[in-house]
Design a protein around this ligand. Structure first.
Ligand code: DX5
Ligand code: ZN
Length: 224
């Protein structure tokens, strides 16, 4: 099932609760939470207190994207704070098989993220474990960047794997998703669309979620 996953990185942190209510009203079922440590990416965002506060405030599934050097230490803390899904970067995990199982053993869905420079092929031996794969369509660290077109072929490759080998992982995309590219992404095989700027910087975030969802649904219902 297609999901628009608003990224609170682009929300107004002074009015975070109001922004979350807006995307709930637009039909969102998941919220994307970018965790940055100033090492893996040149930026900081938030820690477990924000997760705890959101957990008390909303029933949306909390999708945590860990852009940090040490996910093994921090993933359990975010899950304890209320994370439902936790994704870790391929580029920092020395024991990725173990890390994905550890996230699942703590009771969350486990995702693996690949940066724009990382080929899908490298996931071959963990793809049967991961609950979802997150394809970065920008270099991580900042919101509002331009979508990298090559990401589309990575999504197609993942979908091919899934179909040919009977896997069930979801495909998520993150970075530069908007009303202009979402149809092509849906047709390529994306299930979960992270959207920061195109939702929270829109005049009406609830309507932006509805519109993105409608466009994606229409794109996959068209018979070719
Ligand atoms: C970038 C983050 C994204 C970001 C997306 O490092 O992982 O989740 O919030 O923002 P937009 O949709 O503005 O590209
Ligand atoms: Zn993200």
């Amino acid at each position: 099932m297609l999901q628009i996953v608003p990224s609170i990185f682009a929300a107004d942190f002074v009015r975070l609760g109001e922004d979350v209510r807006r995307v709930e009203e637009g039909g969102a079922r998941m919220l994307h939470i970018d965790i940055m440590d100033g090492h893996f990416v040149p930026n900081f965002t938030m820690g477990t207190p924000i997760t705890e506060a959101l957990r008390r405030f909303t029933n949306l599934k909390l999708d945590h994207h860990l852009m940090i050097d040490d996910p093994d230490t921090y993933a359990p803390l975010f899950i304890k704070a209320g994370a439902d899904c936790v994704s870790v970067h391929y580029e920092v995990c020395r024991n990725l098989d173990r890390t994905l199982h550890m996230i699942q053993d703590h009771g969350a869905k486990a995702g693996v993220v690949i940066n724009p420079h990382t080929p899908v092929m490298l996931l071959e031996n963990v793809i049967g474990i991961a609950d979802y794969v997150l394809v970065m369509s920008v270099n991580p660290g900042y919101g509002g960047q331009k979508f990298i077109p090559n990401s589309l072929s990575k999504v197609r490759e993942l979908r091919r794997w899934r179909e040919q080998r009977g896997f069930r992982f979801a495909i998520e995309i993150d970075g530069g998703v908007d009303s202009g590219n979402i149809a092509g992404l849906a047709q390529a095989g994306v299930d979960w669309f992270v959207a920061g700027t195109s939702v929270f910087q829109a005049p009406n975030p609830a309507e932006a979620v509805r519109e993105l969802h409608r466009t994606a649904e229409e794109a996959i219902s068209v018979k070719v």
